[in-house]
Write a new protein. Structure first.
Length: 186
């Protein structure tokens, strides 16, 4: 379930600016000497030294901006250069096939990285009525995550407005590398 927890954490922070409780929870985390553990420790340190108002501004600058944020966290944009393109249509078809319904309270297109990560966590945990086997998870990963999300995480790491989110991008990039390698194993 650690995989699902990492997807859920990434989804949570990429979908909304964190609350003070979220920052406190991050600050309480610890990591080991692995690259992922070191990235988690770095995020924890940054979270403990920042304030919720600064992080809310960072989120605003990165993802919303005035007219547009520094990054557009949508598969369609990363894969085609435009929003609402074929990757979104393919995702919607797969959601229907897998029995994953769009949440009524979500107004953004389904190909937002936070939504896709939430779906992957749900597939692992059985949130959609069944725990999807590794073949289904691999197919979903390859079609909707592996094709672009690591590039987004790298962009997040290097974005000028990124401090806490740069550390989150590092975690995401390392985690997606692990997932990619694991899915190539039989």
């Amino acid at each position: 379930m650690l995989r699902a927890q990492l997807y859920q954490m990434l989804s949570h922070f990429l979908g909304n600016p964190p609350s003070q409780k979220d920052l406190d929870n991050l600050a309480a985390m610890s990591g080991d000497s692995s690259p992922l553990g070191e990235a988690i420790a770095s995020l924890s340190t940054i979270a403990g030294k920042t304030d919720v108002v600064l992080v809310a501004q960072e989120y605003q600058d990165l993802f919303i901006g005035v007219g547009r944020g520094a990054l557009l966290p949508f598969a369609s944009y990363y894969l085609t250069g435009f929003l609402h393109e074929k990757p979104l249509a393919v995702l919607r078809q797969d959601m229907e096939r897998l029995g994953i319904a769009r949440r009524a309270d979500v107004k953004i297109p389904e190909d937002h990285i936070a939504t896709i990560f939430e779906m992957m966590a749900g597939m692992i945990e059985g949130k959609y009525g069944t725990v999807y086997d590794l073949d289904e998870q691999r197919e979903f990963f390859n079609k909707h995550i592996g094709s672009w999300a690591k590039h987004f995480m790298t962009d997040l790491e290097g974005a000028k407005a990124s401090i806490l989110y740069a550390a989150l991008g590092t975690i995401g990039r390392i985690f997606l590398d692990i997932e990619e390698v694991a899915f190539t194993m039989d």
